[in-house]
Write a new protein. Sequence first.
Length: 461
Amino acid sequence: MLHEAAATKFKEALRGTLIQPQDADYDETRKLYNGMIDKRPLAIARCADVADVIAAVNFGRTSKLPIAIRGGGHNGPGLGSVNDGLVIDLSAMKGVRVDPVARTVRVDAGCTQGDVDHATHAFGLAVPAGIISTTGIAGLTLSGGHGYLSRKFGLTIDNLLEADVVLADGSFVTTSKKENSDLLWALRGGGGNFGVVTSFLFQLHPVSDVFAGPIAWDQQHARTIMQRYREFLPKAPEELGAFVGLKKIVSSAPFPKELWGQRICLLMSCYNGPEADGKKALAPMLDGLPQPWLNWMATMPYPAVQSMFDGLYPKGMQWYWRGDFVKSLPDAAIEAHLAQAAKTPSELSLMHLYPIDGAVHRVGRADTAWNCRDATWSMVIAGIDPDPQNREPVTRWTKAYWDAVHPFDLGGAYPNFMMDDEGDARLRATYGENYARLAAVKKKYDPANLFRVNHNIRPSA
Ligand SMILES: Cc1cc2nc3c(=O)[nH]c(=O)nc-3n(C[C@H](O)[C@H](O)[C@H](O)COP(=O)(O)OP(=O)(O)OC[C@H]3O[C@@H](n4cnc5c(N)ncnc54)[C@H](O)[C@@H]3O)c2cc1C
């Protein structure tokens, strides 16, 4: 329990709320997106503004509590919370301000991707981000952020112009290319290691209606489709974001009943432009392929494709993740994928290969902390099931799948697709030659490693 007098004083200093185990809303508030993770913090400071964040950092530091920083709470291993410590919960900080002339958006750290897409879509603009609208923009951005628009406009961090940060000593700084540029460099991929980001300024791009949606084939055609996709993607126009997946059709509406539970190879696409151009862009991928089971591509507002998967993946299910950066997909790798995908232990479990090319490759390896600019895909294998009883089978399947395909992959992985049991070597492989520079920035801004509930980069010696 917190020291009562200190907790009372802290509570009085907050505009937001301090939630403790004795409070009625404690259990609801501490829940994370991943139902496999069940953490019991001593206190959750739901901050209302920057002043609250400063008070929370100072309280956590002086009380010697482990501190977790929570944006959307979507992190796989639940690094947005901590046992017996303080959660700095930013989810109530939801301001978004679009500047349509400068084509920028200022986003408070509690926003979800959906909050940002909603606000910017009104102006026909968007920032590249992930594929589920309930994901927190903060955690997604700080480890990179990839999605449908990345081939044309880069990662989310490639569009990060400024960030406001509360540092470990409670001081407040703004980072930009001109001010504290070393910190901005580290925030562009280095995760939540360097301070509590209270707001982000992003570059926006013209995106309004898109031609988007899934095409799904019987998984028995997956070899042909994956081979075609690996040849097609590098030559495809960058307006097209398209990932390939191996999974099952979920047994619920809107899917046709006769397809429920069937194994599929999925091509999920989003073309930023008119339907006719999108069809032309996709033709070399689709021409001559077997007839798909379903093709639901249509013209829709960009926020619609961004939230298309939300209903399938509500909060609270069991998730176990493994990722890798992938450079190429030789036939032997495809065979390994097919063998493992044939053993999925649950209807929701999946493998996705997200493109990492185009604009992402045009940023230098040392220009941001996100080092792996020469990958072609960011792969994720996720064992997912609503039933806590199935946590073991989905975890086992994910690990076995990863073991089978990892020899074909690069050494590192997207940190946002890592659990917390992968070890320091994985993180070093992910950051490569940028690791030493990240450790030096960490030493400058957080020498005592106050912010260590994350994929931790320890301060250099
Ligand atoms: C269903 C699903 C789909 C996904 N799809 C994609 C995708 O398409 N593309 C993609 O790039 N990623 C994707 N992700 C991964 C996602 O980016 C990560 O899970 C990310 O960590 C979520 O951010 P959050 O703010 O919701 O997480 P939280 O759990 O709130 O935070 C995660 C970590 O981020 C750091 N952090 C959060 N907020 C701050 C802050 N304000 N200041 C400093 N540090 C902070 C902390 O270290 C914290 O531990 C997906 C995740 C899920 C669950």
